[in-house]
Design a protein around this ligand. Structure first.
Ligand code: ARG
Length: 467
């Protein structure tokens, strides 16, 4: 039986009937729907709408639907059910008869779907946080292994200054830490219970909404029924947070794709995460990275689809909201897989530290430090910049680096140069002169690495607190 056929005289157009159904995708919410329904049944019993015996019947039926669907997913091949809410109602009634219809007393699918989505996203956030923590751990391990190895850093993709490889890796650690933080924040705001909001104006039954919230481990009931039944802010926040995570993973992929090219040669692709070419026998391609870069576009697309869907909706529920589901499922699943493969790749990838170190010591990347040396000798920075610029010019004509210029030549540019200049522009000195919080000085990076462990432990604690 349909959930709404009473006032209709004509059947639905068969094509439209199947087109408007959401069960083909919202069957993914079965467990959430069962949990929410069990909590709702308990509340109905609390106000005497269900007798204790009826509550037990309904609760058992809900439990059995879950176990049966797990045993045999074919249970969900159901052409009749409009959506997961309809499916559960039909299943309950099949199992226990007419009393099953009592479950929907005072209830609306409008509050059910938003409850299910909150439960679903909450679980996905916890899984994503665990995935992010694993990825961050891998970055920290690789950064620790890299020790004091160096590489060039780039601005405009032109060589800028040498940095520790660990400093580079920890840049991504910070991005992922913010991603985790955004998801944790989203979780806090989404964790309220819409049940009891009814179709729009609030339930017609005096339900104990606090009790329902507690049963489902929500922090509180939602405060306004019109908002609650049409709100998808939590979905937008989740999808946007995943988009930003996707942007980070995509930038990382892009960088490694550049670094593994023959032109750079900083990175040796792991065979376990590459494929070959059907035509060119010599090829090893960075497919894992390319797919991660591409999947991030899906995350951004899904976030855009839901964001745009919401912007024109009058209060409260509109069927447009059904269209928010698939982007949510797709992004949740896509992001988890991206994290899994990024972590696997990062575990396996090899760095060619010799090539990186050679690159870190060429193309005048100590020029900023050289100018800073002159500042230390009392030369105003703008002048120092020009003097080192002139020295670089000289080197370019000669085909050498700054350290190869004899002191006499340097002193002809400016008398402030002394013998200690050569020590000041050596690789380690160049690194260590960036001795500020967040800088690439060796001691600073060591400290950042030491702190990273504690930050991951805290994140894991947060993810597992809910598991
Ligand atoms: N399948 C619907 C959705 O996903 C459930 C809510 C239906 N409510 C309604 N008034 N038709 O949005």
């Amino acid at each position: 039986m349909k959930m709404w056929s009473g006032r209709f005289r004509q059947p639905l157009d068969p094509g439209f009937e199947s087109w408007q159904r959401s069960f083909p995708f919202d069957k993914q919410l079965l467990n959430e729907e069962l949990a929410a329904s069990a909590a709702y049944a308990k509340a109905l019993a609390g106000i005497g709408i269900l007798s204790p015996a009826e509550l037990e019947q309904i609760t058992n039926a809900l439990r059995d639907i879950g176990t049966d669907a797990q045993k045999d997913p074919a249970l969900l091949d159901d052409e009749e059910s409009e959506d997961v809410h309809h499916f559960v109602e039909r299943q309950v009634v099949t199992r226990i008869g007419e009393v099953g219809y009592k479950l929907h007393s005072g209830r609306s699918r409008n509050e059910q779907i938003t409850t299910d989505l909150r439960l679903y996203i909450r679980a996905q956030i916890d899984a994503t946080l665990t995935g992010i923590a694993g990825l961050m751990e891998t970055f920290v391990r690789r950064a620790t292994e890299a020790g004091e190895r160096t590489m060039p850093s780039y601005t405009h993709l032109q060589r800028a200054e040498p940095v520790l490889v660990a400093h580079w890796l920890l840049a991504y650690f910070e991005m992922f830490a913010r991603d985790a933080d955004r998801l944790t924040d989203c979780r806090k705001r989404l964790n309220v219970s819409p049940l009891g909001s009814g179709a729009i104006a609030g339930s017609t039954l005096p339900l104990d909404r606090h009790d329902i919230a507690r049963t489902l481990e929500f922090d509180a009931p939602t405060a306004n029924s019109m908002d609650a039944t049409s709100d998808r802010d939590f979905a937008i926040e989740f999808l946007q947070a995943l988009s930003v995570l996707g942007i980070h993973l995509s930038r990382w992929s892009e960088e490694l794709i550049i670094f593994c090219s023959q032109e750079f040669g900083f990175v040796k692709l792991p065979e376990s995460y590459s494929t070959g070419s059907s035509a060119m026998p010599q090829k090893q391609n960075p497919d894992a990275l390319e797919l991660i870069r591409a999947k991030s576009a899906r995350l951004i697309g899904n976030a855009s689809a839901v964001t745009i869907n919401m912007k024109g909706l009058p209060l409260a529920y509109n069927k447009d909201l059904q269209e928010t589901q698939q982007p949510i499922f797709d992004s949740a699943i896509t992001a988890l897989a991206m994290l899994q493969h990024a972590t696997g790749f990062m575990r396996e990838v090899q760095f060619d530290f010799a090539v990186m170190a050679a690159a870190a010591q060429s193309h005048f990347m100590n020029a900023f430090a050289a100018a800073t040396y002159l500042v230390g000798k009392g030369v105003p920075f703008r002048r120092a910049h020009e003097i080192i610029g002139a020295a670089v010019r000289l080197c370019m004509d000669k085909g050498c680096e700054l350290q190869a210029l004899p002191l006499s030549e340097l002193q002809s540019l400016n008398p402030a140069f002394e013998q200690d200049f050569y020590d000041a522009i050596q690789l380690n000195a160049v690194l260590d002169c960036h001795d500020v919080i967040g800088g690439t000085a060796r001691a600073r990076v060591k400290k950042a690495l030491a702190e990273a462990g504690g930050r991951i432990a805290k994140l894991k604690g947060e993810a597992h607190a809910h598991a």
